[in-house]
Design a protein around this ligand. Structure first.
Ligand code: SAH
Length: 361
């Protein structure tokens, strides 16, 4: 049994069942036994692979997006380039390299990485060790100094802790993690009492008996933080993640270890836990916070509009022996059956900014 599992069983015996959000938080971020603080899970040797790890083209196109965003803001003297959940720092490194097309942008750029895991912060430091521009680390977006900003995040929203509710006899019951009722040393899912008074689940009013819905409080909180920041200084956020454009019912909590799906309750702390991002819920949260919202667009549409085909052709011309590799990477990012369609791109920004590049006309 993993050490975290033993600790969670003891905690449940002491305090009672825990909701899915508390379980995700413990599994992902427990400082001693959590998934992220204890390892570097990214890449082919690790547990899962993400778009910036698939190809340098991904971060490079985002670098162009950053330069254009700075121009859209009227070329402010300082631009905070902020990444939420930077993983190994590869995307930021590719962005900065591509942004060399505009030296004035680089002069204005202040890079801040928002990272919760000390292990990954160390890896990011290594990746960016030769970066000649200032890079700082904080634990929360609210710790970044005020000023115009471009915020980027890839596969960050999917690890924000979700809560799950099940409709039973016209009432909501929260899905909880508890000890196996037969007393075995196992964690199981079970239903518990009604959610706390005041929790607004009206978005799910159309649910049927037996439906399971997912509620991500972090999306609302994040949009409130964007709104606060972007009301004082111009700002834009580019969010890329996996999930549907239209809300769906059903359990999407998923655990991945060593590139395979595993049972989310089996080995807490040893697997990545994520849930699909409900982009309709994100759009609602953004609109309520008076942000302009663009998308969601399929990742393939966005990368096409950003010129990925030209970039791939240029890379292949520069290194002809790499052509098959580049084509494979391109398919991985773009194909509907791979990352091209399930991954979505959404842009949220101050009302005063012009439309961003990379969006469908
Ligand atoms: N963006 C990277 C890594 C994705 S993995 C890539 O595409 O390769 C998720 C990242 O988000 C990790 O770096 C993880 O430690 C970080 N993370 C997750 N939740 C966080 C939170 N609440 N605050 C800060 N960082 C967080």
């Amino acid at each position: 049994m993993s050490r975290l599992k033993a600790r969670l069983l003891a905690r449940i015996d002491r305090e009672g069942p825990m909701n899915i959000a508390a379980y995700m938080t413990a599994c992902l971020f427990d400082p001693v036994d959590g998934f992220y603080p204890t390892r570097d899970p990214l890449g082919s040797e690790g547990d899962f692979i993400t778009a910036p790890e698939v190809s340098q083209m991904f971060g490079e196109l985002l670098g162009i997006f950053a330069v254009q965003s700075w121009r859209d803001m009227g070329r402010p003297e300082t631009l905070h380039l902020i990444e939420l959940g930077p993983g190994r720092g590869v995307m930021m490194s590719d962005m900065i390299r591509a942004a060399r097309i505009d030296p004035d942008f680089l002069k204005a750029m202040r890079v801040t990485l928002v990272e919760a895991s000390p292990a990954l912060e160390a890896v990011q430091g290594q990746t960016l060790v030769r970066c000649p521009y200032p890079v700082s680390w904080v634990h929360s977006l609210t710790d970044v100094p005020a000023g115009p900003s471009l915020i980027v995040a890839n596969e960050f929203l999917d690890c924000l802790p979700i809560r799950q509710f099940i409709r039973h006899r016209n009432r909501w019951h929260e899905r909880m993690v508890m000890r196996d009722p037969d007393g075995a040393d196992a964690l199981v899912f079970g239903r518990s009492s009604a959610p706390e008074a005041g929790l607004d689940l009206s978005a799910f009013d159309g649910a049927n008996e037996g439906d399971l819905v997912e509620y991500n409080p972090g999306l609302t909180q994040l949009c409130a933080q964007f709104s606060d920041r972007f009301a004082r200084h111009k700002g834009r956020a580019l969010l890329i993640d996996y999930g549907p454009a239209v809300s769906e019912v059903g359990d999407t909590l998923q655990a991945i270890a060593k590139h395979k799906k595993v049972d989310p309750l089996d080995a807490p702390g040893q697997a990545d836990l994520t849930a699909r991002v409900d982009f309709a819920a994100l759009t609602r949260a953004a609109t309520e916070e008076q942000l302009s919202a663009f998308g969601p667009y399929k990742q393939a549409e966005f990368l096409t509009a950003m010129g990925i085909d030209l970039r791939a052709a240029k890379l292949a011309r520069q290194s002809p022996d790499q052509k098959p590799v580049i084509e494979r990477q391109l398919r991985r990012l773009m194909d509907g059956g791979q990352m091209g369609a399930l991954f979505k791109v959404m842009i949220l920004q101050s009302k005063s900014l012009p439309d961003p590049i990379g969006i469908s006309p």
